[in-house]
Write a protein that binds this ligand. Sequence first.
Ligand code: NIG
Ligand code: FE
Length: 428
Amino acid sequence: MSRRTLVTNIGELVTNEPAPGREGGPLGIVRDAAVLVGDGIVTWVGPASRVGDSGEFEASAAAGIAHSRADAAGARIVDAGGRAVIPGFVDSHTHLVFGGDRSDEFAARMAGRAYEAGGIRSTVAATRAATDDELRARLAGFVAELHAQGTTTFEVKSGYGLGVADEERLVRLAREVTDEVTFLGAHVVPFEFREDPRFGEPGSAAASARAADAYVDLVVGEMLDACAPHARWVDAFCERGAFTPEQSRRVLEAGKAAGLGIRVHGNQLGHGGGVRLAVELGAASVDHCTYLDDADVAALAASGTVATLLPGVEFSTRQPYPDARRLIDAGVTVALASDCNPGSSFTSSLPFCIAMAVREMGMTPAEALWASTAGGALALRRTDVGAIRPGARADLVELDAPSHVHLSYRPGVPLVRRVWAAGELVAG
Ligand code: NIG
Ligand code: FE
């Protein structure tokens, strides 16, 4: 969009800004709406017939008049043709810097093999072998893919380097495309530690535990020092086959001491201590939350930690979906994210995640849309994205549909028509 833009003739505008008189519960729906944008920021939101109230144009009684006044004031007009406009999606969990492909592993899983955290190591080998420019080109492709599907804010994790130089390179490359960079050195224990006979008979439980402890020493020391300057967040995969709650705690506390915010991968493959650890440490978000007991749900409900659900993982690993209904009914703040990665969830599509959340996880279409916009923003502790309100970044998605409900009502149909990030058209 140019410096000043009027988006008008919006049939249904989802603001995520609850205010008296607005419809649609927490979505803050305004019908026959308009949005004014200046310098990449939303400056006014309301019924198109009241654009004159913005103070930026002379009073106008109808959208048609608003057009001509805006024209006269030198603003660019975008006509949404009666379609729905929603806030840009906020994808708070991706792993987009990697090399290689694991489609064979996916096919084997669909033929009955189980998902194992250890598959991560095959991506580590391919990532280490890739050049910076190869990883950069791949990343650029994913960013275009995200934009085309309506995502305007996204987090990217490291975690496929698992050595000081490689992890540093992954957070550095991620930082070229987003401010939301997460250091995930504690993804799994790399081969060179697991196979090192100094720790005992490779593969034995005792050797695996010693190797993991030694690797965590590296993560909290030299690796964190190299990565923290490029990152905003620290994360750990607290799960059987990855890191214990004690090892995860060491990583997260060291990250926090280095100035990073905390996020956790927890309770993906079974009941573990990830959720409780995340709540105790005041994490912004704990992600997956597939296997929860009542105490986990109660702890989340009493906390400021968002439960981020990643249905692409359950789709792609044939696991049971997380129970979003149970969490929402208990008062937990829920976000939806893609977890886009080559192993457990190779989708970058939040519309697909919304459709799964509605069909399989007990969410209403409104709850799923809120969770993938405002919920994602809370999971990243951001107040400038996830809603369309004066002062917010002008991240707008025009749907080829009359309402947000179509995102789950018409699953698999490419409904994203045009996308603006900070007022700039990035897709459509
Ligand atoms: O979020 N859970 C840990 N990490 C990824 C899986 C990554 C992989 O399999 O390569 C996830 O699911
Ligand atoms: Fe993940």
